[in-house]
Ligand binder design. Structure first.
Ligand SMILES: [Zn+2]
Length: 240
């Protein structure tokens, strides 16, 4: 085996030439970005060098593609093996290269399996947040139903629920529009903590402020309100 130089524009790489009992000159690129040329014994060296040179554009383009794929892989690794929360449980992110794009929880091993064709952190983050939002829509609606039932003395109308990924608040409400807004991040918390936020927002339909009356309703229907609130503030934050 011999090593030769190959130039394209300002770039230089080396390739390995191996003589073999074959009929044509072959160029192969490996995932380590090394270039391997094999050629029949009877083909002159200058012919092989010219042939490889004529393919230099193709070779450099493919090396760039391999680099890009590898860079993206490192990119997605910021989520791989990361610890995340979902409904009060801790899961380890497991990114699996697959043609389908979806997310499946493995409760046996406590993995959140993210199946994706794209090794790209932004794409994976969007996939994950969309999946969280999908679950928010189901879980938050059930929580609102439960808390309305708990407050049945007050005949609260079922509000419009919107989900938003927020940095500073768990929820907010607009009594005039009969709507509540809940933080997408809340789906990471234990259901008891989700109920606590939902109850808080629903009681605002009775008392809009944070008065004594407001808290007396809260304490009456959820005596461990404060523990739930503390639990929410101190856990379940995973930074995605
Ligand atoms: Zn409030």
């Amino acid at each position: 085996m011999e090593i030769y130089d190959l130039y394209y524009k300002d770039n230089k790489i080396q390739y390995t030439l191996e003589r073999k009992n074959i009929r044509r000159v072959n160029i192969r690129l490996k995932s380590d970005k090394k270039v391997y040329v094999s050629a029949p014994y009877n083909v002159p060296l200058d012919f092989i060098q010219n042939f490889v040179s004529s393919k230099s554009k193709w070779i450099f383009k493919n090396i760039a593609d391999i680099e890009k794929r590898q860079n993206n892989k490192i990119d997605s690794d910021i989520y791989n093996n990361k610890i995340v929360f979902f409904m009060g449980n801790k899961f380890k992110v497991n990114i699996i290269k697959d043609l389908k794009n979806n997310i499946i929880l493995d409760y046996e091993n406590m993995y959140i399996n993210i199946y994706t064709a794209y090794d790209n952190s932004e794409y994976i983050k969007k996939l994950y947040l969309d999946w969280l939002e999908f679950n928010c829509n189901i879980v938050f609606k059930e929580s609102v139903e439960r808390m309305i039932e708990l407050l049945s003395d007050y005949n609260i109308d079922f509000p419009k629920i919107s989900v938003r990924n927020m940095k500073t608040r768990w929820g907010s409400c607009t009594p005039s529009k009969k709507s509540i807004r809940l933080n997408l991040q809340l789906i990471k918390a234990d259901i008891k903590c989700i109920d606590q936020v939902v109850l808080h927002e629903l009681v605002h339909f009775i008392y809009f402020n944070h008065s004594k009356d407001f808290y007396s309703v809260i304490k009456k229907y959820m005596p461990d309100y404060k523990e739930r609130k503390d639990c929410l503030e101190n856990n379940f934050k995973d930074g995605i």
